[in-house]
Design a protein around this ligand. Structure first.
Ligand SMILES: Cc1cc2nc3c(=O)[nH]c(=O)nc-3n(C[C@H](O)[C@H](O)[C@H](O)COP(=O)(O)OP(=O)(O)OC[C@H]3O[C@@H](n4cnc5c(N)ncnc54)[C@H](O)[C@@H]3O)c2cc1C
Length: 564
């Protein structure tokens, strides 16, 4: 095989993914080093910190709810208000409601885990775009359009850096004239902050068996839109969460509706990726949610502006992989630091990043970057409020294993017993293993290839949209002449088995219409519209055969999220 000559870059610390976890970690680390160097004449000297990001800009792939606990951000930037951080509003008015098909019942009180007074409605996307230049000005190298394609290891499996993705490889896998090999970035410590289902983290966890003895991770997907409503209707800081319709009792999830500035409304649905019915379609469920009379009335006369979707890890503390080792740390959603009971992962991502920063600072002082040094991260987490918060909700998602009603009951017991619940710590199974075959739902095809599409209500392009129209509002783009970054490891399974066993659920679970089964001469075959992909990773997570591998596309490809 022809050797490729690659550029190399050496840094002291490399963060992968410019989300809240990495940006907080890199900024905090830089501040610790600066303070130390100012106080010690023989300080640490020049320490280089870099953050690579696959999006075309830092923030273009950032999407969240979001109601944000500002605690860790205030620690990082105590004067964020004076500096004009783009928060929407302090939570002013909140409600939790239960929806049936036609009615809405407001709960008399907001259950404690969902109380948000003192927190802020934000567009994480805008906040990260605002924060990035501050991090850069503090002397952290931010490198957008740099997707981490593989981790680099030495002969004893110690992480020594990251290889970034090549550019200019054609769809057929051949190099074009524009070919530019990815660079090798070497670092003393590599910090994986790739968010939910990180593509490097997935392979790394499996290679080093970092999840041995832990619960498997379970995920949900959030599908959301930003609407512009008639003047004066949206109250900034309004927060509503709903349970019930359109999700059946055996599908985990719920909705969120947040009031923003400038008449914008943030509305979304979270759907557990551990459902049984292979025809479950989170995007379609979101359309149904918007058709509920109470929600349709809210959106009446409005205009949908932006769309996005992303997975989130729900497994919590008991699904955390070992998040430290020789030459590496894992932070944020990549290491399951999200509080799923509260649907909050921004402040926990930031806290984990900051504790990682403190760990690396000590490692720089000690001049050692092996596991015994970096394992201090785990000790720091354990001694922090972050651990206490996650410990008390450690069984929250598992509580829903018998459905929503049981889950609410069990979460109540868990609240009273600081997370213990009725039966102590509960195990989980991977979400894709919960998917059942077609015959269980009596959903066998009438004719080969003629499936549920006929059952889908036709979107009206006013309140409800088809996936392609929604994807258009995500700003997603990928150069067409590149190999699909969604690799089907064994395409024969799609037709030989999946069609008859599960009815090709990729057509339903993907919220971006990436997957189609097309008729071709002599049969059918999967078609991958990879340029639609919004990087939510749902396919990698829920495919029942686990034959879809999501890898990073060419740098800069993917959504261009605004206000999400
Ligand atoms: C619909 C939805 C609603 C939510 N609501 C809330 C809420 O109300 N409050 C709250 O606190 N939390 C909420 N969360 C969770 C919160 O958004 C996440 O927990 C948080 O963003 C995690 O931060 P992170 O830095 O770990 O990952 P991310 O924010 O996902 O950032 C990871 C970054 O890494 C980049 N990346 C990934 N892989 C690579 C690679 N190989 N190379 C280079 N770059 C890479 C990505 O492009 C991304 O920019 C919500 C999440 C969703 C999806």
């Amino acid at each position: 095989m022809e050797q490729i000559e690659r550029d190399t870059l050496e840094v002291d610390v490399l963060f992968v993914g410019a989300g809240p976890a990495s940006l907080a970690g890199a900024y905090h680390l830089r501040k610790l080093i600066d303070r130390y160097n100012a106080d010690h004449s023989d300080g640490l000297g020049e320490i280089s910190i870099a953050v690579i990001e696959k999006g075309r800009e830092v923030g273009s792939h950032t999407i969240s709810g979001a109601v944000m606990d500002m605690g860790p951000f205030s620690e990082l930037l105590p004067d964020w208000k004076e500096r004009g951080a783009p928060v929407e509003a302090e939570v002013a008015d909140e409600e939790v409601a239960y929806l049936t098909r036609r009615s809405k019942f407001r709960l008399p009180i907001v259950p404690p885990p969902l109380r948000n007074h003192g927190k802020y409605v934000v567009s994480l996307n805008r906040l990260i775009r605002w924060f990035a230049p501050i991090v850069e000005a503090a002397d952290v190298m931010l490198l957008p359009e740099f997707p981490g394609a593989e981790l680099l290891y030495d002969e004893s499996d110690r992480v020594i850096g990251v290889r970034t993705g090549d550019k200019g490889v054609g769809r057929d896998g051949e190099r074009r004239e524009t070919f530019q090999p990815g660079a090798d970035i070497f670092a003393k410590v590599t910090v994986l902050g790739e968010g939910s289902r990180g593509s490097l983290a997935k392979k790394h966890i499996s290679r080093l068996k970092l999840d041995e003895g832990r619960n498997p991770q379970v995920y949900a997907i959030g599908v959301k839109e930003i609407w512009e409503l008639p003047k004066g209707r949206v109250k900034p800081g309004f927060v509503m969460h709903t349970l019930g319709y359109p999700l059946p009792n055996n599908i985990f999830g719920g909705s969120f509706v947040y009031g923003m500035q400038n008449d914008l409304l943030d509305i979304g649905l979270v759907v557990g990726l551990d459902y049984a019915d292979p025809f479950t379609d989170p995007h379609q469920l979101f359309n149904r949610f918007k058709q509920h009379p109470a929600i349709a009335a809210l959106l009446e006369g409005g205009r949908m502006l932006h769309y996005g979707a992303k997975s989130l890890p729900e497994g919590g503390l008991l699904s955390q992989p070992k998040y430290h080792g020789d030459g590496f740390l894992m932070i944020g959603d990549s290491a399951s630091f999200l509080n799923s009971q509260k649907l909050k992962g921004i402040h926990t991502a930031m806290q984990s990043g900051m504790l990682a920063g403190e760990t690396i600072f000590e490692a720089l002082l000690a001049g050692r970057f092996d596991d015994s040094q970096l394992s201090r991260f785990a000790a720091k987490v354990k001694a922090s409020p972050l651990h206490r918060e996650l410990y008390e909700v450690r069984n929250s998602h598992q509580g829903f294993r018998h459905g929503r009603l049981w889950g609410l009951f069990e979460n109540g017991i868990q609240f009273a017993t600081r997370g213990m619940g009725l039966l102590g710590d509960l195990e989980t199974e991977p979400g894709h293993e919960k998917m059942r075959k077609l015959h269980v739902f009596n959903r066998l095809p009438r004719r080969q290839g003629e499936y549920i599409q006929a059952d889908q209500p036709r979107p009206d392009n006013r309140l409800t949209f088809d996936k392609v129209s929604d994807v258009y509002r995500s700003g997603t783009e990928h150069g067409e002449d590149q190999p699909p970054h969604l690799k089907i490891i064994d395409p024969d399974i799609c037709i030989d088995r999946c069609t008859t066993e599960y009815g090709n659920p990729c057509q339903y679970f993907c919220p971006a219409a990436v997957y189609e089964i097309e008729e071709v001469e002599g049969g059918r075959r999967p078609k991958i519209n990879f340029s639609n992909c919004v990087h939510c990773k749902t396919c990698d997570i829920i495919d029942p055969y686990q034959i879809i591998d999501w890898v990073t596309p060419e740098g800069g490809g993917g959504p261009d999220y605004i206000n999400l």
